[in-house]
Design a protein around this ligand. Structure first.
Ligand SMILES: [Zn+2]
Length: 371
């Protein structure tokens, strides 16, 4: 029940029964015990009801003053969010920087933000952080982020790919929150993503699952950042798409689409078709039901989604292709940092709630991203 509450934030007794398979009577008994011990409390945030009858009481972990920090280091931005253990976001800060910003300064920015947001009254319990996947010296960066934040705050620090974290956030709170399986694509400078099957993120044998940007769509195509040829990213990376459309920004591209400019329409449709081809193949292999498109390029919206859908329907073998749900992301530019919070909440090796000593168990350190 505690694990369910830490991953879901809050839940009614009926939702706990569904999620745990326990009977209502057992849940009532356990709930009464946990409330007496102060481990769980009644949620004080209003929950949307059906409008008929009383809204059922929702329960959450006891938040106390404990907070989790999520940090995203993208290619050009540092983002920090602070959330309590009931999934309530208490604050956030963002700063844009140049591509060549040294890591020392990025870390300095993050530390300044964390100090300001956590302050003296809150207790920081863990940090989840995202870093870009395809960066030179990535493993060095991962170690450095872990060490720097760990040394300063003396709390567990988990580091993951930032596109995956954005996907995890959409799955937890955004466009994918009611889905059981999901392909999340982050369409930005780089193209990354996250694959979720049966409610579980799939990391792969060597921890590199979900690299949709490096699926080859033409072995004789242009050279990609990864040195292979014809990767999806080489066609639909943000810089490439904007250059082809002769637009300086996504905003300009959207304006050109609103004016129905042929060049903008053609470039967007071409990008959507290539993304759709990769998704059609993914559907044929995995028979997934849902797709969420995130990142800057996804802001283009309908025009892109239509082109993606057309290609999926045309090429996917799976019978469900026509019913495939394709949505655009909902969490905006806090997504990667929010994913850092979700990463901590799903990592049961990190105790997050108020736990009386007698109830502390020595859980094994789980693999990152797994619940
Ligand atoms: Zn590549």
């Amino acid at each position: 029940m505690l694990d369910l509450l830490r991953v879901q934030g809050s839940a009614s007794r009926a939702q706990i029964a569904e999620g745990t398979g326990l009977s209502r009577a057992t849940i009532s008994a356990i709930t009464a015990n946990l409330r007496r011990s102060g481990l769980i409390v009644r949620s004080d945030t209003a929950v949307e009801g059906s409008g008929v009858g009383r809204t059922p009481e929702h329960l959450t972990l006891n938040p106390g003053s404990r907070v989790i920090v999520g940090v995203e280091f993208s290619h050009t931005r540092v983002t920090v969010v602070v959330s309590d253990v009931t999934h309530r976001v208490l604050g956030s800060k963002v700063r844009e920087h140049d591509h060549d910003e040294p890591w020392e300064r990025r870390l300095g920015t993050a530390i300044g933000f964390i100090d300001a947001l956590v302050g003296a009254t809150l207790t920081l319990i863990a940090i989840g952080s995202g870093v870009p996947g395809a960066i030179s010296g990535r493993s060095g960066v991962v170690d450095r982020v872990e060490q720097c934040l760990g040394d300063r705050y003396r709390v567990p620090v988990r580091v993951e790919n930032n596109a995956r974290l954005a996907g995890l956030a959409e799955f937890s709170w955004g466009a994918g929150k009611d889905m059981q399986d999901l392909v999340y694509l982050r369409l930005s400078e780089g193209v990354g993503g996250l694959l979720i099957v049966d409610d579980e993120p799939r990391l792969g044998n060597t921890d590199s699952a979900g690299e949709f940007g490096h699926v080859c769509i033409d072995p004789n195509g242009p050279v990609c950042r990864c040195a292979n040829r014809g990767c999806l990213e080489a066609y639909v990376g943000l810089g490439t798409v904007l250059a082809r459309a002769d637009a300086a920004s996504v905003g300009e591209l959207i304006e050109a689409l609103d004016r129905a400019e042929p060049r903008a329409l053609a470039v967007t449709t071409d990008a959507g078709a290539r993304i759709g081809l990769v998704l059609a193949n993914t559907c044929s292999i995995l028979d997934i039901s849902s797709v969420v498109l995130g990142g800057a390029l996804a802001q283009v919206g309908d025009q892109l989604v239509r082109a993606v859908r057309q290609m999926v329907v045309r090429h996917a073998y799976s019978g469900g292709a026509e019913q495939l749900r394709i949505r655009t992301a909902e969490l905006g530019n806090l997504d990667g940092a929010l994913g850092g919070v979700a990463l901590v909440l799903r990592d049961r090796s990190i105790p997050v709630g108020f736990r009386p000593k007698a109830m502390t168990s020595t859980t094994q350190r789980g693999k990152a991203l797994t619940a």
